[in-house]
Design a protein around this ligand. Structure first.
Ligand SMILES: NC(=O)c1ccc[n+]([C@@H]2O[C@H](COP(=O)([O-])OP(=O)(O)OC[C@H]3O[C@@H](n4cnc5c(N)ncnc54)[C@H](O)[C@@H]3O)[C@@H](O)[C@H]2O)c1
Length: 360
């Protein structure tokens, strides 16, 4: 008989709802508790998903409910503190949202405490499980474009590295089989971006990085901050998928015999969202929408990891590696030179560039 796992969620906002549906859809989890500092947020969340135990203090929740799997769905500056405190209660697994943390020191401490307490820690880069991104990975593995040589990733004009770029970087690492990054060269516009998920962000970024196997990648995010850009925001209709939601995480993979283009998040009606180009030939793939959500698949794999010891695609080391690229870009922007990995940075140079003190 299959085991049912007790699940709980800390932070009852937007993404927590996708986690709640994900737990329910696996058919293997009982979402038994939730916690939010705002009683009203916790109450409405528990009503929506029929959650019996509601808390404003997640430590009290851990003490009383002892869940097996806990999601951390709070803003970025709280991922470290909350994961550290949850790990002390030794749940079987923690599913912490992206980005893993704000500094390498925080990420290292999170990975270490989870290892010491035998807690499986995963980070919420669920796009690896998204139908179009996974389909492109399969095509790559089938050798449809020969050997991977270069990758390009385009952020939506209102994106920033810690909020959105973290997903793009994770996908680029995924396509290159999680091979370590050797160096990064980056620039950011620190003249003023959005304040999102608990901290200010750069208004735009541009980076080039190289992997240990010689594959190179370029990445852009932002560039049209509504409040600061001197130019008007781009018009989605005239610029098409470069600025529409379909352009969110648009990726091009170059190989020795062709290239794969992935249009990004949104399925455009009747249009192929993954294309292979070989010379003048173009082969389009309409990736069927899957009713199973990416987050459900993340949790199903998490359970498999717990039961069979199979390494998870989103394990802490992978989340840490994505953060290292981001911190490397900020360091490179600060020092105006290539930054070689592994990084020695213990702080996050973005906040020095923006003259901002992290609040915890
Ligand atoms: N993986 C994805 O595709 C994806 C998508 C959206 C957001 N996210 C990430 O999810 C995280 C949360 O984003 P969101 O959009 O759900 O934010 P949100 O603001 O909607 O929700 C955050 C919730 O955390 C609660 N909270 C704050 N401090 C708390 C504490 N000490 N204890 C308990 N609860 C606390 C807030 O009251 C709020 O209800 C962020 O890290 C964000 O980057 C990921």
């Amino acid at each position: 008989m299959s085991i049912t796992y007790k699940a709980a969620i800390v932070g009852c906002g937007g993404i927590a709802r996708a986690h709640a549906r994900g737990y329910a859809d696996t058919g293997r989890c009982d979402l038994v508790a939730c916690a939010d500092i705002y009683q009203d947020s916790a109450n409405s969340f528990s009503e929506q998903f029929g959650i019996p135990h509601v808390y404003t203090d997640y430590k009290e929740m851990m003490e009383q409910v002892r869940p097996d799997i806990v999601s951390v769905c709070t803003h970025h500056h709280l991922h470290h503190l909350i994961t550290m405190e949850l790990a002390a209660y030794q749940p079987k697994a923690i599913y912490c949202e992206k980005p893993m943390a704000l500094t390498m020191t925080e990420a290292n401490e999170m990975a270490e405490i989870c290892q010491q307490n035998n807690v499986l820690l995963i980070i919420g880069h669920q796009r690896r499980y998204g139908a179009q991104y996974a389909a492109a990975k399969e095509l790559l593995e089938q050798g449809k474009i020969g050997q991977l040589t270069q990758m390009e990733s385009y952020g939506h004009p209102w994106t920033s590295l810690l909020v959105d770029g973290t997903h793009s970087i994770d996908l680029l690492r995924f396509y290159n089989n999680d091979i370590p990054v050797s160096w990064v060269l980056g620039q950011v516009d620190a003249s003023g971006g959005s304040f999102r998920f608990g901290h200010p962000n750069e208004a735009a970024s541009l980076a080039m990085f190289a992997f240990d196997n010689g594959v190179r990648a370029t990445l852009t995010t932002g560039g049209f901050s509504k409040s600061h850009a001197p130019y008007p925001a781009p018009d989605a209709e005239s610029l098409g998928s470069l600025v529409s939601p379909a352009g969110y995480h648009r990726i091009v993979l170059h190989g020795t015999t062709g290239r794969i283009e992935i249009d990004g998040d949104d399925v455009v009606n009747g249009q192929p969202i993954v294309r292979i180009h070989r010379g003048d030939e173009v082969e389009g793939f309409e990736i069927p929408f899957k009713s199973i959500s990416s987050i459900e698949r993340v949790i199903t794999d998490l359970i498999q990891g717990l039961e069979e010891g199979k390494p998870h695609l989103l394990q802490a080391q992978s989340g840490r590696a994505a953060l290292e690229v981001i911190v490397g870009i900020y360091q490179s922007a600060q020092e105006r030179k290539i930054v070689y990995f592994p990084l020695a940075e213990e702080h996050n140079p973005l906040f020095e560039l923006l003259k901002y003190q992290i609040q915890s």
